[in-house]
Design a protein around this ligand. Structure first.
Ligand code: NAP
Length: 304
């Protein structure tokens, strides 16, 4: 298949590496010529340019928009002026409702996407093969979209080792507010609290002693600030709702500790220990499937 990737950064570059390795023809577009050159050098594309129209020249069948969230709809508008109408377009934005609603009137052959993997780094230098292996890959089709488009993108997701999950954009945004956007805000607040609260001597020792626990809990808060800001901007109400619930949880914890109610605190921590495996798969027997994978479709033939 001939695939175009717009925005050669962490996600665009990582997708490109796996699809090149899977035997697809991958053509990239990015604003910065250096990103284009580096993407070629690291094997994320067969060729790349700063010109969106180059994708039409390469007769791509699928275009994946991998720019920052705020640039996705403007990029789709630009693409609409130069792609043939048979091209299937998707994106990788971490928020879906606003993008999918706008896409409907710009490019009817659109399916929203969100591969659920990443690192705290950004840019093409951070791209890595296998980033989405065994991760969910969300697909949010338009109400009147052809199921074959979801089938095609589901197959491309499976070639990354990912597990396609089909859902509606609003439910996606509410779910990721809890498990992705809230953790970013909590983790950033944790880092800030440690940074501002302690005396100089204590802070210096804390920084020296910080080990695996702090590394795990601070990872997402120490990531790309542009992405964190866009998550809040484009998923404001769901994130505020999650933050309010979290604030209440913190308040309850503070109350239990002030009252020295160690029994209740132990019970709360036990509940948290029991709930964690339902979010994060743990070693042991496989959990019941909770996803709705699209049926495999033949993408060896053109979509037109
Ligand atoms: P990134 O590493 O910063 O890559 C984005 C690339 O897009 C940049 O390298 C940049 O390349 C290009 N770009 C920047 N502004 C642009 C603009 N206005 N128009 C066109 N291209 C532009 O960011 P990322 O982490 O890959 O995130 C990209 C998308 O993936 C976002 O929509 C994000 O929500 C989504 N996502 C991220 C993660 C994650 O954990 N990071 C996970 C899943 C999905 P140039 O230097 O060439 O301009």
């Amino acid at each position: 298949m001939r695939i175009g990737i717009v925005g050669l950064g962490l996600i665009g570059g990582s997708l490109g590496k796996d699809w090149v390795a899977a035997g697809h023809q991958v053509w990239g577009v990015s604003r910065n010529l250096l990103s284009c050159q580096q993407a070629g050098l690291v094997g994320a594309v067969h060729g790349a340019s700063t010109d969106l129209e180059s994708l039409a020249a390469h007769q791509v069948e699928v275009v994946v928009i991998c720019t920052p969230i705020e640039a996705i709809v403007p990029t789709l508008r630009q693409l609409a002026g130069c792609l043939s109408p048979q091209v299937l377009v998707t994106d990788v934005g971490s928020v879906k409702a606003e993008i999918v609603a706008a896409a409907e009137s710009i490019w009817p052959r659109f399916v929203g996407g969100h591969p659920m993997g990443g690192t705290e780094a950004s840019g093409i230098g951070a791209a890595q093969a296998g980033l989405f292996d065994q991760r969910p890959y969300v697909l949010t089709p338009l109400p009147n979209g052809d199921p074959e488009w979801v089938g095609c993108l589901g197959n491309l997701a499976r070639e990354l080792g990912a597990d396609p999950v089909v859902c509606d954009p609003l439910t996606h945004d509410q779910a990721v507010a809890w498990i992705s956007h809230l953790p970013v805000m909590i983790s950033a607040s944790l880092i800030r609290s440690c940074g501002v609260a302690a005396e100089e001597e204590v802070l210096t020792l804390a920084q020296r002693l910080a080990s695996s626990g702090f590394r795990d809990t601070s990872r997402v808060g120490g990531g790309n600030p542009e992405l964190g800001t866009a998550m809040a901007q484009f998923n404001k109400s769901a994130l505020l709702n999650a933050l309010a619930t979290y604030q209440q949880q913190l308040q309850d914890l503070i109350g239990l500790i002030q009252q020295e109610d160690w029994g209740a605190l132990h019970q709360l921590l036990t509940l948290a220990q029991q709930q964690r495996p339902s979010f994060v798969s743990m070693p042991g027997p496989p959990m019941a499937p909770i996803h709705n994978s699209p049926a495999p479709a033949d993408h060896s033939r053109p979509l037109a």
